[in-house]
Design a protein around this ligand. Sequence first.
Ligand code: IGP
Length: 392
Amino acid sequence: MVSMRKNSTAFCVYSSIGHKTWIRGTSWCSQRRGESPARNGPAASGAARATRVALRSIQAAAQAQIDYGSVPDVLKEILRRKEEEVARLKAEVAQAGAQHPLQRRLEAAADGKLPQSRQFSKAIRKPKGSISVIAEIKRRSPSAGLIAEIPDVRQLSDLYYKGGAAAISVLTDAAFDGTIEDLGTVVKHQQKFRGKFPGPCPVLRKDFIIDEIQVAEAAEHGAAAVLLIVAALGETGLRKLLDAVHLHGLEALVEIHDEEELEIAKAAGAEIIGTNARDLRTFQVDLERCFQLIERYPPQVVAVAESGIKDAMDAWRLRDAGYSSILVGETLIRAAMGSKFASNAYQSSFNEAYGMLKAFTSKGSTKFGPLSSTRIFGKGEGAKESLGYLEM
Ligand SMILES: O=P(O)(O)OC[C@@H](O)[C@@H](O)c1c[nH]c2ccccc12
């Protein structure tokens, strides 16, 4: 909770955990005041709380219609916490030595013993004129707060598979209420589609990767790919981690947000590049960025558009602009989990997300505008009949 009070010269924003932020015109500063009561779970560290506070400040700024240009850098807060997490994981592995599965994996990777998988890029690459969906499992969004609890990630991953998602992205970071166990659960559950067509969805670890140990952890839990964020890594960091990703037999979705970052990704030899429409420093979304940056993509790269995709019209416009794939989180989660009128926990609400996935990948034309929007797909009784699913 954030409460706001106004005095004669400035707004004062109080977060429920003792942070105070003064907003004067468009400039503001944040101040931490002691520690808040501990919470259980992975999000309980002081740094995780600091991230939440920075994020709440952004939400407060949105309510107060404040210039986002001056908000604190959320990405930096998250990366500070990541460094702590990585240090903890490394200490744990060092202590256990050769017994630890990650230690064994690190050694096998160093010896060049791990086979290279192309599952992820194979699944999401599409010829011109069609588009694939990487459907995301995300409980919380920094800009929107809680999206949905998602008590059972297996059920949601079934829906994504049945709706025709090419791959699944699992947020494993604490600020998004995700865990590495969520990823392992989804990977295992998807194995039930082995031998079917299509086979199990390859799974992307969506996190803030800054060290090889996190890549090893992703591989250990069965991920096919990891996200590497250029804004977090810079050129040297990106090159180093791309090498690590390949040594561990995985692929990388390299995320960029502007031309400079795209140049870095290209020069480092990234094979899958995602333009994130959301600025990770401020969490503002501008889908137009995706349309501008695709012009500068090299032709052989798998092009992914990430964030802020709301309906089939967005998907089709991105497809027509040349994207191979779209990464969609919030829109699908709300459609899947959001219905108050669901007769049971999943039934009717799941139809809407299922219909959306079908609509995103259908050959709809942008010319027919809102008439062809997702809203007429996947809603109500008729949806099931008109969008019957053929199992082969
Ligand atoms: O929920 P959305 O707006 O559809 O966005 C999904 C995905 O692009 C977003 O979760 C994301 C893209 N890059 C990230 C990096 C870290 C955390 C999250 C992300």
